[in-house]
Structure formats: C-alpha cells, structure tokens
Write a protein that binds this ligand. Sequence first.
Ligand SMILES: [Fe+2]
Length: 306
Amino acid sequence: MGHQAVGLFSANRKIPMVEVIRHSPELMELRIPYTSSKTQFNFFLASDIHLDNPKCKRKLFAKHLNEMQEKGGKALFFGDLLCLMQGKKDRRGDKSSIRPEHLAGNYFDVVFEEAAEFLKPWAKDIVMIGDGNHETAIINHNEVNPLRHVSRMLQAHGSKCEHMGYQGFVWFTFYQKGGDDAHPKQEKVRRLTLAFHHGAWGGVVSKGINGGMRYFSIFPSANIVVNGHNHERTIVEHPCHSVMNSGEVFTDVRYHCQLGTYKEEFRGGGGFAVEKIVMPKAIGGIVMSLRPRLSSGVEIVLQPAV
Ligand SMILES: [Fe+2]
C-alpha cells in the first residue's frame, strides 16, 4: 500500500501532481487537486479488451487511448485486458486464434511482454488494471498472475498503475487546499465513489441492465457501479433518495455502467460467438467526465467511446 504521484492534465493546462493511493487490496484513491469548479476531468473506462486475441480491435483501442491522452485524462481497465486462452494445457486453445507474435514456447511471457509494449505509449496515464475471469483462470490453472506481471512492466515504463482484483472501489477525490494558515479541516473535498466488479451475470436479452439493481444493493454507497464481462455497453441511471445528518432530504444520481468489449467476434459466419453468444456485442469503452461542483458533490457525464 502506498502513495504514488502522477501528473494529470485538464483540457487546457497542467494540474499539479495527482496522488494514486492504494489504501487496501480493495480500495484505491485518485487524489486530484482542483482550483475551479468549471474544470472537467476525463477518465477512460474499459474492460474486456482481449488485447492478445486476433479479433481485438487494437486500432480502435489505441484511438480511444490517444483521445484520452489528448483530453488530459487517465485510463482504468476493469478485467479481461488479456484473453490468454492459447496455453498448451488450455482446452479452449484454437490454432487460428493466436497472434503470430505469440507463437513461442514461453507463450505467457511473450503475451505479457507484448501487451506491456503495446500499452507503453499510454503507460503514464494508465492508473488502474483490474482482474477479469480470463486473468483469474490463469492464476487458478497455471499459478501465474498475468496482470501483476503486466502492471510491473508498465511501472518500469513510468506508469503508477495499481493492479486491483476482480472487485473493489476507486475514490476520485477532488480537493482544494486551504490557505497556508488554514486548518487542514478547511480543505474543500468533493469525492465520487466508483465500485467495480468485473462481472458475473450475462444478459443476452436484458443486456445485463438488471444487474444494476443487484450491484447497488451490494454497493449502496457507490455513485457509479461498473461491470464488464458480458460485453454489453449500457449507461443506466439509478437515482436514490436520501436524508443527510442535517435533516435535508435530497435525490441524487447514480449510474450503472457496462463497458462493452474490444473483441469483435461476431463476424465471419461462424465460431464460438455466432454459435453460443448469438448476439453481436458493443465495441468500445466509456468516457467518464467529472466536475467537482461548487456547492457539493461531483457532476458526472458518461458517454460511449466511439
Ligand atoms: Fe470476462
């Protein structure tokens, strides 16, 4: 657990160093100083990239990462960054589903190294990499932790990324420091809580949106819940009604986001997706823009990355 500082840029100018703090296995925090409640901060949320799969739309993923950087944003990945199904003990293996550069006796090493090399241009702006079922399957069957290796390689390229688990919380904490003479308690803080779970539920018909209610019953304090896994991309608002200690009653927004995929596997007239998944899936992640409000809370704008 520790503190790490990374530069964060707003749309127009450099913001002082931002801390990436790992409080516990399940909680990390981005502490972001701000000077104006008009400033918007951008974050690119993606999952199910399956980067090592030949069907991954790498050019689109790179485009979205470039746009994240141009907006001065940061990127967070929520599982299945890698596919990892072509190890020699893996019954899911398929000789047509391996990228030629991964044909090697040390298959896992080569995939981890090639993934880190691909992500290198954006390493400094990737702040979180979480596990998905494709990564935990490798831990369970091969006793290798894929994203621990990839995150270490990215850290060697200057990334401050935190390797998170399958489920957890991210605090986005915007703060304004008091004056030099001010008591630390005078610091103004605007915090958003994001809860994530790589995913467990499908939703060929419902597109997984019914999972939103279940996730908010699990994570009642979250402003945003994110899941991946089912390769659907949805943004559904779940407003809630609350009473504060002051007695003031208020209605606040909460969002359930599903992040889509970068693996296009429905084309070609056959294969697993056509036979089993049956539906084409949404391609691309979600751009989350946050603005610390003047009065209280954080304004949230969510849109599909296209
Ligand atoms: Fe998954």
